[in-house]
Write a protein that binds this ligand. Structure first.
Ligand SMILES: Nc1ncnc2c1ncn2[C@@H]1O[C@H](COP(=O)(O)OP(=O)(O)OP(=O)(O)O)[C@@H](O)[C@H]1O
Ligand SMILES: [Mg+2]
Length: 355
C-alpha cells in the first residue's frame, strides 16, 4: 500500500490529466497535468460545472452523464474537444464512475494525443521532402550536362550557317536551352551550404515587405504584426528572404489584386521538430485573405512541379521548404477560403544540426 503522500506525488507528476467530478458533475479535483491542458489554475476552476470545462462538447458531456448514471466506465480515443479558451485538442479520454455513498463520482483521465500525431506527421513530411529533394537534384544534374552540350553544338552550328532563316532555328534551340537551364538551376535549389550569420528576423520580413509592396497594386493591404523581442537567429539571410518571398509572392498571386497579406512573427517554447525538442523557435507566418488552397492540393503543394497557376513552375514552395530544412526548421500550412496561413518555423539555438 502506498501512503497518501505518495499517492499525491504520483498524481502530481502524471502526464495524464486527471479530473474528479462530484455527483452533480462539478469539478472536485484537477491534477497539474490537467491545469496545463486547460491552461488554468486548479483554484480558478474548482467547483465549476462540467459544461464550463467543455463548453462546446455536448456529446462528450452527455456520455459522461450516461456513464455516471449507469456506473459503466468507458474509453473514447481521439476525442476532439474545444477548450474554454477555444483551443482544439485531441485526447484519449477514460471515464470511470466511482461508487460513493450518495451517488457516483466521476474520474476522468485525458491524455493529449494530437502532439504525438503532429510529431509523427512532421517526421513523415521531413523524410518525404528529403527524398523528393534528392530525386529532384539528381534529375536536374542528369539533364544539366547534356543540355550544356546541346547548347554548345547549336552555337557552333549557328556560326557555320549563312542563311538567317536557318539561324532562327539555332536561336530557338539556344533560347529554349537557356530557359531550361534556369529552370534546372532553380530545381538544384539554393547553394548547398548556407552562409550563416546573426540575423534579425525582421530584417528579412521587412525586405520581403518592401519587395512585395512594390509589386502589389492599390487594392492590396500589407500588414505587419511583429514581436520585437525575438532574439537574433543564426541563419543565411538571403536564403530566408528567398523562402519568405516565395511564400509571400504566392499570397500576392492568390489574392489577385484585392485583399490583405499579414506578415507575423512570434516565438514558441518547447517546440518539437522531427526528433528534437527546441527550447525556443521563431515562427514567421504569412497570412492572406485569398480563396485558399483546394483540399485535394493542400498535401501536395510542397512537392516540386505542383502548381495550380497557369505559368507556375511549382518550385517556389519546395525551395522554401528546403531552405527551412537547411536551417533545421520546416514550413507548415493551413488554409480555408479567406484565410491561408504559411508558417516558417526555425529553431533559435546558436548551432543547428544539419539535416
Ligand atoms: N497563399 C496561397 N493561396 C492559394 N494557393 C496557393 C497559395 N500558395 C500556394 N498556392 C498554390 O500552391 C501552388 C504551388 O506553389 P509554388 O510556389 O510551389 O509554385 P507556383 O507558385 O505555382 O510556381 P513558382 O515556381 O513560380 O513559385 C500554387 O501554384 C498555388 O496553386
Ligand atoms: Mg510560387
Amino acid at each position: 500500500m502506498t501512503s497518501t503522500r505518495t499517492d499525491q506525488r504520483i498524481l502530481e507528476n502524471l502526464n495524464t490529466a486527471v479530473l474528479l467530478f462530484s455527483d452533480a458533475l462539478e469539478l472536485k479535483y484537477i491534477n497539474p497535468a490537467g491545469e496545463i491542458l486547460f491552461e488554468v489554475s486548479a483554484r480558478r476552476i474548482a467547483g465549476q460545472p462540467v459544461i464550463r470545462l467543455f463548453p462546446e462538447s455536448p456529446d462528450f458531456i452527455e456520455a459522461l452523464r450516461r456513464s455516471r448514471l449507469s456506473g459503466h466506465p468507458y474509453t473514447e480515443r481521439g476525442a476532439c474537444l474545444r477548450m474554454p479558451d477555444q483551443r482544439m485538442v485531441t485526447v484519449d479520454a477514460t471515464v470511470t464512475p466511482l461508487q460513493e455513498r450518495n451517488g457516483h463520482e466521476l474520474l476522468l483521465e485525458l491524455l493529449q494525443v494530437d502532439r504525438h500525431m503532429r510529431i509523427a506527421r512532421e517526421e513523415n513530411l521531413i523524410t518525404q521532402y528529403n527524398n523528393t529533394r534528392m530525386l529532384m537534384r539528381g534529375m536536374a544534374h542528369e539533364i544539366n550536362n547534356p543540355l550544356g552540350g546541346l547548347r554548345g553544338a547549336a552555337q557552333l552550328l549557328e556560326r557555320e550557317l549563312d542563311d538567317d532563316a536557318l539561324k532562327e532555328y539555332t536561336r530557338v534551340i539556344i533560347g529554349e536551352a537557356d530557359r531550361l537551364q534556369s529552370l534546372l538551376s532553380r530545381m538544384l535549389g539554393p547553394n548547398a551550404i548556407p552562409l550563416k550569420r546573426r540575423v534579425n528576423i525582421h530584417e528579412v520580413t521587412e525586405r520581403v515587405r518592401a519587395l512585395i509592396q512594390a509589386e502589389a497594386g492599390p487594392g492590396v493591404t500589407i500588414l505587419r504584426d511583429y514581436d520585437p523581442s525575438i532574439p537574433e537567429l543564426h541563419a543565411d539571410a538571403d536564403q530566408l528572404i528567398q523562402a519568405v518571398l516565395n511564400i509571400t509572392r504566392n499570397a500576392l498571386q492568390a489574392i489577385n489584386g484585392n485583399g490583405s497579406i499579414m506578415l507575423q512573427t512570434r516565438t514558441q517554447r518547447q517546440f518539437t521538430l522531427g526528433h528534437k525538442t527546441h527550447k525556443l523557435v521563431v515562427q514567421i507566418s504569412i497570412i492572406d485573405s485569398g480563396p485558399g488552397i483546394p483540399a485535394d492540393m493542400l498535401d501536395k503543394i510542397f512537392y516540386p512541379m505542383i502548381s495550380g497557376r497557369p505559368g507556375g513552375t511549382g518550385l517556389g514552395l519546395p525551395i522554401a521548404q528546403s531552405i527551412a530544412n537547411q536551417h533545421g526548421g520546416l514550413i507548415e500550412c493551413a488554409s480555408r477560403p479567406g484565410k491561408t496561413v504559411f508558417s516558417i518555423i526555425l529553431p533559435l539555438e546558436e548551432h543547428h544540426e544539419q539535416r
